[in-house]
Write a protein that binds this ligand. Structure first.
Ligand SMILES: *Cc1c(COP(=O)(O)O)cnc(C)c1O
Length: 391
């Protein structure tokens, strides 16, 4: 019987050996063997089957991390999933695996800020050049490809401004020119969209967000296809980026309810979006209204939308926008998202000042909301009361 993925998530990782519905947390640096021949045997097994969970030292992981790799690999429909201690570790690993001095990378302009700092500033010192392209202009991608372009790095939707791109066009351009592709898929997770299946070589998810779902652990995953596996495997070993077994356990626990939570995040976010779409001061940055390019691109590739949305607010009075955010009682103010709870942030990306293609007027302000699992009626009441402060 081919079980549906929802059923798989509930029944996977049972430990019949210990008669436990959950996998044990195996903590290990040293792994011991019955004999020296036994060590060689395991090492040979690893050489033949490097994704099969044959470990000779704790840096490669333990059965606890292997369980998580297998679940995520099934979710991603990829060749293998590498785990890292944070989501940003996976961003680093993806780029480090394939770029060398003299190479160039193309990065979508509204990328996660630390990714921007890594590519634009840090890699420059290693003679790796970054060019940012306009997410809504495929020509700005095409015309910046040179013989040195090694990687196209996409984040979809864009950080804070939520642009959706025409992803299969990017993949086909990259394939023609033999350029590797990576995407940061943290917003949707492979529950709503499977990038490796579409044709990306690498797909990043911050497990800190929806995988864990409870704002109490950090981790990252990098799903890869067979073509790029060897490159990433080598880099993963060299960098020593290892996810600890306790963190892996918490992420595995979170995954059991990934589908239930994401379905509800989506339902709640739609209700909040419906309320906000009636407010004249607010332009929703969320795939809700059917008339936009962003909506069409979301619809083309995604099975659903998560709980993170942007609001572009028109006001001549910035302080009144900040007052709106500060007045929210049910939304916490803080970074990260993807947990059970609602969050709000006022994002001054104009002050951060390094976007190349951002069109934001002086009287336009960005607020980011994460719609949690509270009763959406309460969230809407909270927003209704606080929106009145915007002048
Ligand atoms: C949070 C986030 C990351 C980084 O993940 P951490 O687990 O915080 O290191 C990367 N990309 C996106 C889109 C994120 O939201």
């Amino acid at each position: 019987m081919d079980k549906s993925f929802k059923t798989f998530l509930k029944h996977t990782a049972k430990d019949f050996h210990n008669q436990s519905v959950n996998p044990p947390v195996v903590r290990a640096s040293t792994i011991i063997f019955k004999s020296i021949q036994d060590i060689r045997k395991t090492q040979n097994k690893y050489k033949k089957d490097p994704t099969g969970g044959h470990f000779d030292y704790g840096r490669q992981g333990t059965s606890t991390t292997h369980v998580l790799e297998k679940i995520l690999n099934k979710l991603e429909e990829s060749y293998h999933v590498f785990l890292t201690p944070t989501g940003f570790g996976s961003v680093f690993l993806a780029i480090f695996s394939v770029t060398r001095p003299g190479d160039e990378i193309l990065v979508s302009d509204p990328v996660y800020k630390p990714t921007r700092l890594l590519t634009e500033d840090y890699l420059k010192e290693y003679n790796i050049k970054t060019v940012f392209y306009n997410p809504h202009d495929i020509n700005s991608l095409k015309k910046n490809i040179t013989k040195n372009t090694k990687l196209i790095f996409v984040e979809n939707p864009g950080s804070n401004t939520f642009e959706f791109q025409d992803l299969s066009k990017i993949i086909s351009i990259a394939r023609k020119r033999k350029i590797f592709t990576a995407i940061d898929n943290t917003w949707a997770t492979p529950y709503f969209f499977k990038p490796v299946k579409l044709g990306f070589d690498m797909s990043i998810v911050s497990a800190t967000k929806y995988y864990s779902g409870h704002s109490d652990v950090m981790g990252g995953s990098l799903a890869v296809n067979k073509k790029i596996f060897k490159h990433v495997e080598k880099a993963h070993k060299i960098t020593g980026l290892r996810l600890g077994p306790d963190d892996a356990y918490l992420i595995t626990r979170g995954l059991r309810t990934l589908d239930v939570r994401l379905d509800r995040h989506q339902e709640n976010a739609r209700k909040v979006a419906s309320f906000l779409s009636k407010n004249k001061k607010v332009k929703l940055l969320y795939p809700y209204k059917k008339d936009s390019f962003n909506f069409r691109m979301w619809k083309k590739y995604y099975k659903g939308a998560s709980g993170l949305m942007g609001l572009k607010i028109k006001s001549k009075n910035k302080q009144s926008v900040i007052k709106f955010v500060n007045s929210l009682k049910l939304f916490g103010y803080g970074y990260s998202w993807g947990g059970f709870e609602s969050l709000a942030l006022h994002q001054d990306i104009r002050e951060q000042g390094n976007r190349k293609f951002l069109k934001l007027e002086k009287n336009e302000h960005l607020v980011r909301l994460h719609i949690g699992l509270e009763d959406p009626k309460d969230l809407i009441e909270d927003l209704k009361r606080s929106l009145k402060f915007i002048r």
